[in-house]
Write a protein that binds this ligand. Structure first.
Ligand SMILES: NC(=O)c1ccc[n+]([C@@H]2O[C@H](COP(=O)([O-])OP(=O)(O)OC[C@H]3O[C@@H](n4cnc5c(N)ncnc54)[C@H](O)[C@@H]3O)[C@@H](O)[C@H]2O)c1
Length: 240
């Protein structure tokens, strides 16, 4: 799947799914730029010659600065993977304003911030691939995750609208909806919740960052010429 020489910006790539996506695209020959919040992990990327910036996706100024830094270094942006995301779970009745807002700001507004900053570059060059990491929770819902589900469902609507907006410029925009992927994010679940989720996965195992990265790799590659505006589950059959 050809991404050789393409310039890819992956947000939240210091660990978990984002790290797996960035590593896979780098191995496949793309020039990589990553964002994250952990300085030590960012430095590990820099040691591999990667542009790694501490940028909060909720901060418009920081987002614009990182996009500018990528363009200054590589001259273009061909691929954007919006992966940064958080959970702040709790029953809706007791959810604080702060927990609601932080999740919407990071998972939904963060995607808008990055896309708006990066799209000009793609429009000029009349090519681009954007993948937004949503979640099966945005499709199926989950008790205790109203903020997360709303943000991830928002990402799916955003993806469809943007795909229509920029299709004439050969920019393909898709959403990937992981199921239960074994990362720091899901390690917060109790053993009981883990067993219950496993029971519902037809393929009988949790996913890995690499499982998601393989799908993203295809969607952003030259081989994908005709898939846009889609929401593709990567969940072992959890939501069918
Ligand atoms: N793990 C799963 O089972 C699962 C399932 C469905 C969807 N997802 C989604 O996949 C994405 C990655 O999840 P993960 O499991 O690797 O989580 P993770 O917590 O391991 O990693 C999240 C990354 O996002 C970054 N991040 C968080 N807030 C940020 C902000 N404001 N600005 C910049 N970076 C920020 C973190 O620094 C980290 O690098 C998220 O969008 C998540 O919602 C994960």
């Amino acid at each position: 799947m050809d991404v050789v020489g393409k310039v890819a910006l992956v947000t939240g790539a210091t660990r978990g799914i984002g790290q797996a996506i960035a590593a896979r695209l780098k191995d496949a020959g793309a020039e990589i730029a990553v964002t994250g919040r952990d300085e030590v992990l960012l430095q590990a990327w820099r040691d591999q010659g990667v542009l790694a910036a501490a940028a909060d996706v909720t901060d418009v100024r920081q987002v614009e600065d990182v996009v500018q830094a990528v363009v200054e270094r590589y001259g273009q942006i061909d691929i954007v993977v919006n992966n940064a995301g958080i959970t702040k779970d709790g029953l809706m009745m007791r959810m604080s304003d702060a927990d609601w807002q932080r999740v919407i700001d990071t998972n939904l507004t963060g995607v808008f911030n990055i896309c708006r900053a990066a799209i000009r570059c793609m429009l000029r060059r009349r090519q681009g691939r954007i993948v937004n990491i949503s979640s099966v929770i945005g499709v199926a819902g989950n008790a205790g995750q109203t903020n997360y589900a709303a943000s991830k469902a928002g990402v799916i609507g955003f993806t469809k609208a943007l795909a229509k907006e920029v299709a004439s410029r050969n920019i393909l925009v898709n959403a990937v909806t992981p199921g239960y992927i074994d990362t720091e994010m899901t390690r917060a679940l109790t053993e009981e919740q883990r067993v219950e989720i496993l029971r519902r996965i037809p393929l009988g195992r949790t996913g890995t960052g690499e499982d998601v990265a393989a799908l993203v790799h295809f969607l952003v590659s030259e081989e994908n010429k005709y898939i846009t505006g889609q929401t593709i589950h990567c969940d072992g059959g959890l939501v069918i």
